[in-house]
Design a protein around this ligand. Structure first.
Ligand code: RBF
Length: 215
């Protein structure tokens, strides 16, 4: 049966080429997280956001997302104001892969050296918070869902920086998989990470316009 639910397409294709976006994701439920992050990145790039202007970092779980988003928003403003950074053209830790300064113990990946990029020091125009909460047998799910969603909303209203709500709150593993386009049945579902990438470009562009009094 068809449904009336869901996101309708915008009439405008927003241009992300002048935007800088940060993705912060939790590491719980990694299979689903990886697909959602990939979906978000694909749509950011499709809308023209440069790879060097996509910063990605992780936190342990969804409960850590609001604080992390708050700190990266603040840090990007500090970075934007830092004249040394301006002169050197330093990135916020590399480019579109990681903010982390050290490779994980035992990992062979090292953080690339600072590189010259087009827009290295601009404050983030949008932040995407990605987490996957799957209901268990205790009350953790309810507490984390409630506090994280409220904190992320408060953060975007307080800072004026769009914080995209990329937190899946699923009752079962299958619900989570389907919302990342990984469904185990014939219907694979839809990758909501793609919607979050598009939402970041739309909200980042619109907020830039609105703040200048252009409507
Ligand atoms: N974090 C998630 O991102 N998704 C989860 O489904 C999730 N479930 C949790 C269940 C329990 C019982 C606990 C203790 C933590 C869970 N967390 C989950 C981690 C949580 O977001 C946070 O990282 C930790 O509580 C440390 O602050």
């Amino acid at each position: 049966m068809s449904t009336i639910k869901g996101l309708s397409k915008s009439n405008t294709e927003f241009d992300g080429s002048g935007l800088r976006v940060c993705i912060i994701h939790a590491r719980w439920n990694k299979t689903v997280i990886d697909a959602l992050v990939a979906g978000a990145v694909a749509k950011l790039k499709e809308r023209g956001v440069k790879e060097s202007n996509i910063v990605i970092d992780s936190v342990p779980g969804s409960f850590e997302l609001p604080l992390a988003c708050s700190k990266v928003i603040a840090g990007s403003h500090v970075q934007a104001g830092s004249s040394a950074g301006d002169l050197l053209g330093l990135t916020f830790g590399g480019s579109s892969t990681s903010l982390s300064s050290k490779p994980a113990p035992g990992s062979e990946t090292s953080v690339p050296p600072p590189t010259l990029v087009t827009m290295p020091n601009a404050p983030f125009d949008a932040v995407i918070a990605i987490g996957v909460l799957i209901k268990g047998s205790t009350m953790h799910f309810e507490y984390i869902c409630d506090s994280v969603s409220h904190a992320l909303m408060k953060l975007q209203v307080d800072t004026g920086v769009p914080v995209i709500f990329g937190v899946l709150t699923a009752l079962t593993d299958d619900q989570a998989l389907e919302r990342a386009g990984l469904g185990r049945g014939s219907d694979k579902g839809h990758n909501h990470g793609e919607d979050w990438g598009l939402a970041a470009v739309e909200m980042g562009s619109k907020c830039k316009q609105w703040i200048e009094g252009r409507f």
